[in-house]
Design a protein around this ligand. Structure first.
Ligand code: SIN
Ligand code: CO
Length: 390
């Protein structure tokens, strides 16, 4: 739970600060115990399936960016000052860290992208920058100074820098965070975190699909639902032949075709949104070890009492869509009749998942079985190996 200051709670935070302005919440997570050590973080950064970056330098000497996986000597022989190690998705690689997301559960889980951990040596920083997404910065270890400029950012990046560092940054505010403090930053606020001592920050980052991402996903669905909606030029004549030039008439046809596709049907928008927000990083998907099995084996195992859980890297969501229920996992979707709601809720919220998951509602057992088999095949669900059944 977040320990809100007097007069503030989750509801007021959403109405007054969320996506609007920064908020510093001193001692928001007390009693605080940092769930991760710098050594554990360095260990994660040496794993091939873990996304990690090592940033060193500053505006004067220039910036260096290296991507992991790293090797132990990268850390044991690292300079005393001036570098930061950043590791994404730590709550997926160390599932016990998923508890860190609990205090933020007043926001829909599908809005959360990941928990990123960063360890900075004294003077280490990733430079002044703006992020495209909301973030809660939880101070884990040591003290960190956050310089902010709440005025609309002049987004000019240092061209020579290998990471996004602002060319101009004149902070108007300084906030010092100690372990257990939380700093909320909405997208677009220029900030620069830096410390005089070794420090660790845990950032809960959010995802917000762009119009382009939604259109890409909607385009795939539109092609399936309306394959005949395609460029046509029955009115073409010889004047349009002019080497490689695309003429005005062709561009008009393309514009009219796009207009014909709009407005997108709500069932396409529903499905595109769910696919995008549950879309997963390819390296997280490919690191899964997946055991294929058919529907009969699945039923046998569930009947024997074996149970399933969502993979720590999985992203699940569901929605009503017209009279149907749509279930999403890792960027894929399944359309079920309305009675699928119980199955959808179970898949998103229950753990462990057993036989009762798909026998208790009106969804035809075959449809539910197909879905569970597909979820196991793509690794979104996995068997609980050391199950204690009493
Ligand atoms: C950091 O954790 O060092 C940087 C986080 C941020 O500025 O978004
Ligand atoms: Co940032």
């Amino acid at each position: 739970m977040i320990c809100w200051p007097p007069g503030l709670d989750a509801e007021r935070f959403l109405a007054e600060y969320w996506q609007r302005k920064p908020l510093y919440l001193p001692a928001a997570l007390v009693p605080w115990q940092c769930p991760l050590s710098p050594e554990e973080l360095a260990g994660l950064a040496c794993e091939p399936e873990v996304e990690s970056r090592l940033v060193s330098g500053d505006d004067q000497s220039g910036w260096t960016l290296r991507h992991g996986p790293f090797e132990e000597p990268d850390f044991t022989t690292a300079a005393e000052r001036g570098w930061t190690l950043l590791v994404q998705d730590v709550e997926k690689h160390l599932p016990q860290l998923a508890d860190m997301l609990e205090p933020f559960a007043f926001l829909p889980p599908w809005r959360i992208d990941d928990l990123m951990a960063s360890f900075a040596a004294p003077g280490g920083s990733v430079g002044p920058h703006v992020d495209d997404y909301d973030v809660f910065l939880v101070q884990g270890l040591g003290r960190r100074r956050w310089l902010l400029d709440q005025r609309p950012a002049d987004i000019a990046w240092q061209e020579e820098a290998p990471l996004r560092v602002l060319r101009h940054f004149s902070p108007t505010e300084t906030i010092e965070t100690d372990p257990g403090d939380v700093l909320y930053l909405p997208p677009g606020v220029a900030h620069h975190g830096i410390g005089d001592e070794p420090s660790m920050t845990l950032s809960i980052g959010f995802r917000a699909p762009s119009a382009g991402e939604l259109l890409t996903a909607a385009g795939v669905l539109l092609d399936q639902r309306a394959p005949l909606l395609r460029y046509g030029d029955r009115d073409i004549d010889l004047s349009e032949r002019d080497g490689g030039r695309i003429g005005a008439a062709a561009k008009d046809r393309a514009a009219r075709l796009l207009q014909q596709a709009l407005p997108l049907e709500s069932r396409i928008v529903d499905e595109a949104l769910g696919r995008v927000v549950t879309g997963n990083k390819p390296w997280l998907l490919s690191a899964r070890s997946v055991e294929a099995l058919d529907a009969d084996e699945l039923v046998d195992r569930l009947d024997r009492g074996d149970r399933l859980r969502r993979a720590p890297t999985a992203r699940f969501a569901w929605t009503h869509s017209g009279d149907d229920v749509l279930i999403f996992a890792d960027g894929a979707s399944w359309r079920l009749e309305a009675a699928g709601e119980q199955l959808a809720r179970g898949l998103c919220e229950t753990c462990p998942l057993g036989r009762g998951l798909f026998s208790a509602d009106g969804v035809t057992a075959d449809r539910a079985l197909d879905l569970l088999t597909a979820l196991l095949e793509q690794g979104s669900l996995e068997w609980i190996e050391d199950d204690f059944r009493g």
